[in-house]
Design a protein around this ligand. Structure first.
Ligand SMILES: [Zn+2]
Length: 395
């Protein structure tokens, strides 16, 4: 394990001028692209990785990019960030705010905003790649710097794998990911175990009828009534069986039934989103009789202690009082998909973006008011990614 003074010196000596990465951040923030449409963003990232001297593969699983840098015998580390923005109308007042509208992959024209911080995650990862390249004489191993598409739709990591990602690059020994959150700029938080929930989608079709020869609708089996009972029954089941303190939620994201002007309702379609940290509480209480279609939207993100421990020790030495507590967040991520088939251990941590002098915390990720502080946030994300990699690569 490299000493903390040694690592601090390495980072301070080789950190690039971050102005160009702050400029990259503002440029990408002003020119966001929604999931599966990240063409320009991917081109910018690929061009920068090429300038840094990485071997670059582009267009993987859509617009996915990976930069490879081989630097002698050592561990292979995959470091991840995301390319996509959200279909949100930006309400911030920053001079580089997005006014862009774009047609999404479904053909709808949408406002577009980097409201999740993927622009900052990208800028920090590029700066970290730059720093590690400059410090190459002080570590050994291979870097896989991955910029995945479609994170917001939880489909990009799988799309890259399905498109032969591991035909292009070796399977990593370790994976590292980080995400901007609304804690104070300068803070970092990491822990072992579950950090982001798993999400499942359940589609239920409740079939109505028969009317037993009656033309009066009150004698028919009403799928709307049954469907609403299922939705409220599932809320009850979560409260009573799982308990409010445990991490499971069921949300109804869609309910469609009936045709205007027709009093016979053949079926009701219900779309449920289920978030859990325990796979066995999925779908509790869902009745058998309706047609049920279950699909996994996102796996659980659960950090491996063997990876977290050395990183945590280095982070504590380096960030000292700027270590924040990491709570389980009820959002999702498909980052772990990259290593799932090969059981690659990983760590996924958070870094903060709320300005130091702000009285209120930054509005949360996916808010139209999400406007992180730039300089300290970028420096923190850069240093954190570099330190985490060096925990396993430094010589
Ligand atoms: Zn995100």
């Amino acid at each position: 394990m490299p000493g903390s003074a040694h690592l601090r010196d390495l980072v301070e000596t080789h950190r690039p001028n971050l102005t160009q990465y702050a400029d990259f951040y503002r440029d990408v923030h002003q020119h966001p692209e929604v999931a599966a449409m990240e063409k320009e963003t991917a081109e910018k990232v690929a061009a920068h990785l090429t300038r840094l001297g990485f071997t670059v593969h582009s267009g993987i699983g859509g617009h996915g990019v990976v930069g490879v840098f081989q630097n002698g015998e050592g561990k292979t580390i995959l470091m991840g960030a995301e390319l996509d923005a959200l279909p949100i109308l930006e309400q911030t007042t920053v001079p580089y705010r997005s006014e862009r509208r774009m047609v999404d992959r479904y053909g709808n024209e949408r406002p577009t905003m980097h409201a999740c911080g993927h622009d900052m995650n990208m800028a920090a990862l590029l700066a970290a790649a730059d720093l590690l390249k400059a410090a190459a004489h002080r570590w050994k191993g291979t870097l896989l710097v991955v910029f995945q598409p479609e994170e917001e739709e939880l489909s990009g990591a799988k799309a890259m794998l399905d498109d032969g990602f591991y035909d292009l690059v070796p399977v990593p020994d370790i994976m590292l990911g980080q995400h901007l959150v609304p804690t104070r700029a300068g803070t970092v938080a990491i822990r072992s175990g579950p950090v982001l929930v798993a999400a499942d989608t359940i589609r239920i079709r409740v079939i109505g009828g028969p009317c037993e020869g009656s033309i009066n609708p009150q004698f028919c089996v009403d799928p709307i009534l049954l469907g609403t009972r299922i939705v409220s029954g599932l809320q009850d089941a979560v409260t009573k069986e799982v308990g409010q303190d445990e991490d499971a939620t069921v949300a109804c994201w869609g309910f469609h039934a009936g045709v205007p002007g027709n009093d016979y309702v053949a079926y009701a379609d219900i779309l449920l989103d289920i978030k859990t940290i325990k796979p066995d509480c999925r779908a509790a209480g869902v009745p058998r009789d309706p047609e049920i279609n279950h699909s996994v939207r996102a796996p659980l993100t659960s950090n491996h202690e063997c990876i977290v421990k050395p990183i945590d020790r280095i982070f504590r030495d380096y960030f000292t009082s700027n270590m924040a507590d990491m709570a389980l967040v009820r959002s999702t991520e498909d980052f772990s998909v990259f290593g799932a088939a090969h059981n690659v251990p990983y760590a996924y941590w958070n870094f903060g973006g709320t300005p130091m002098d702000a009285e209120e915390p930054l509005p949360t990720n996916h808010s139209p008011y999400f406007a992180p502080e730039v300089d300290l946030t970028l420096k923190t994300g850069t240093d954190a990614m570099v330190l985490a990699a060096l925990a396993f690569l430094a010589t």
